[in-house]
Write a protein that binds this ligand. Structure first.
Ligand SMILES: Nc1ncnc2c1ncn2[C@@H]1O[C@H](COP(=O)(O)OP(=O)(O)O)[C@@H](O)[C@H]1O
Ligand SMILES: O=P(O)(O)O[C@H]1O[C@H](CO)[C@@H](O[C@H]2O[C@H](CO)[C@@H](O)[C@H](O)[C@H]2O)[C@H](O)[C@H]1O
Length: 491
């Protein structure tokens, strides 16, 4: 099998064609909301088309979860899937499909004012306030009620894991951190992740935790409920691939994520290697369970050469977008050439389903008292949000996840204000401890896979340069420091 497609960087394509489902009042509804949405969408943290002006919006589906045109003061709840069309350097570019949950009220209470999308001046919602529904605890709670009751509503379908306990009436609070999607915590017992940019096909953040739960792996919170959209496919009578819209899972209250712990360790100058070692073991455990539950394969010479070529392609694309990368192209290219040479010498590599975007923010440590030792859980199996969904579902080498976590130790050290010898030593010690933990649990030492590890670390750093340039320019210096080091001749 070939890893080349997972590592090639396909052009941004529109999600496989979704039919336009005309909701009651569909076209009138969209006409009235287009203006407000075109102003509101690009301002959202989860909007992926940053820097590209919106040129059009198409309604994919509209579902009333609560009637929106009713009289009185009861809020309405509208579920929309809209497709964007954007302009890139003056030319039309493929847009994306976004999930929106909109509240509708005649009068918006001041506490919800920050989420105002607009007040349509025509159509079925004329004169009403349309706003971000997740900010409204009453509407967020209603969504939980829907998830408790499996079944269909229009093009939406709600599923629930057999035997999952989901109490009703839990208070809702929306998370406000920097996120790719949106999450709502219910009564500190469950957390619902709503995918914002959606495409046809099951999201790995539902697929992999379900497979791991079935395999008995307790490192990953098991989905308790989810919802999807399904549309007729182009083939007569057939149903197209469902779009995963949201996943509810147990909320691990009291846990702290690895990023916060790493920064605390750097600030207090305390040892982190024990935690890094057990994190390596946890990662190996998840990899072993994924390899047992889902198909595996091996990359041979041609696949690995194609992987090296795809990495070089991603570097070229990133350098075209971020000028700071350009002076390092040759140096980084040598790392990919070393991977190709490894393949020509007969090197091979196993592939399996992976986390796909493993970093310190994706691992949660339980309070010690709960388990006696450090117990890490792993969350967010969505993969790198910028990659197309089909690409994120392909198997890849486990070393790719390991490279992600190694980059994260480096990120924490570099982001921490006090740089210097101690901080560099902290990073080296924790990267080594993580690999040792991985090797102790799996029998495979990532440090032995020199060419693969360096190539995947480089590929990740290149991804990070693009990510930071787009989302957090003030952090660009963090992956750039790694780029400078990785572009220098291997030590
Ligand atoms: N099961 C969980 N228990 C506790 N906190 C969680 C859980 N799942 C997610 N979180 C918290 O929510 C944040 C966002 O979740 P994540 O799945 O990473 O979303 P995104 O892909 O949008 O970044 C995480 O950083 C973590 O703090
Ligand atoms: O958590 P997400 O799935 O949204 O992942 C994206 O955002 C991450 C930042 O939040 C980004 O991770 C990078 O920054 C982290 C520190 O904030 C660091 O721990 C990671 O090593 C670094 O890659 C991730 O790359 C991006 O896909």
């Amino acid at each position: 099998m070939s890893d080349s497609s997972s590592d090639s960087s396909p052009p941004r394509t529109a999600p496989a064609s979704l039919p336009l489902v005309t909701a009651p009042h569909g076209s009138a509804l969209l006409r009235s909301l287009t203006g407000p949405l075109a102003r509101w969408l690009p301002r959202q943290r989860w909007f992926a088309g940053k820097g590209r002006p919106l040129s059009a919006l198409t309604l994919v589906s509209a579902t009333e979860l609560l009637p929106c045109t009713a009289q009185g003061h009861t809020p309405g709840l509208l579920h929309l899937l809209v497709r964007t069309r954007e302009q890139d350097a003056g030319r039309p570019a493929a847009g994306d499909c976004y999930q929106l949950l909109l509240g509708v009220r005649p009068v918006l209470p001041p506490a919800l004012g920050g989420g105002l999308v607009g007040r349509p001046t025509e159509g079925p919602l004329r004169g009403r306030a349309v706003y971000e529904a997740l900010d409204d605890p009453r509407l967020a709670t209603l969504l939980l009620e829907r998830l408790r009751a499996p079944g269909r509503l229009g093009s939406l379908s709600f599923g629930r894991a057999p035997g999952s306990a989901i109490p009703s009436g839990l208070d809702a609070r929306v998370l406000t951190g920097e996120q790719t999607n949106s999450s709502v915590v219910y009564g500190e017992q469950h957390i619902l992740k709503l995918f914002r940019r959606v495409s046809p096909g099951v999201n790995p953040d539902l697929e992999l935790p379900l497979a791991l739960a079935e395999a008995g792996c307790t490192r990953v919170p098991a989905p308790s409920a989810w919802f999807e959209a399904a549309f007729p496919s182009a083939a007569a009578g057939a149903v197209g691939e469902p779009l995963t819209l949201g996943v509810l899972q147990p909320y691990l209250a009291g846990c702290t994520d690895g990023w916060q712990l790493a920064i605390a360790s750097l600030s207090a100058r305390t040892d982190f290697t024990q935690a890094a070692h057990s994190l390596g073991m946890a990662t190996a455990e998840v990899h072993t369970a994924l390899a047992a539950a889902l198909p595996t394969s091996e990359l041979g010479r041609e696949d690995l050469e194609a992987t090296a070529e795809a990495m070089a392609g991603r570097l070229a694309d990133a350098a075209a977008a971020v000028p700071a990368l350009r002076p390092f192209r040759d140096g980084l290219g040598r790392t990919y050439a070393a991977l190709a040479a490894f393949a020509r010498r007969g090197g091979t590599c196993p592939v399996q389903r992976l986390h796909g975007d493993l970093h310190l923010g994706q691992v949660l440590l339980a309070p010690e008292s709960a388990h006696g030792t450090s117990h890490w859980s792993v969350i967010d199996f969505e993969g790198e949000p910028a990659r197309p969904l089909a690409d994120r579902r392909l198997p890849g080498p486990p070393v790719r996840d390991i490279a992600g976590m190694l980059r994260s130790f480096d990120y924490a050290a570099c982001q921490h204000r006090a740089s210097g010898a101690w901080v560099d030593a902290w990073s080296r010690a924790n990267r080594a401890a993580f690999c040792r933990g991985y090797a102790d649990a799996s029998g495979v030492d990532p440090m032995d896979q020199v060419e693969l590890l360096r190539a995947y670390e480089t590929d990740k750093a290149v991804y990070e340069v693009l990510y930071e340039a787009r989302h957090r320019p003030a952090w660009l210096h963090v992956p750039m420091a790694a780029i400078r080091r990785l572009a220098a001749a291997p030590d």
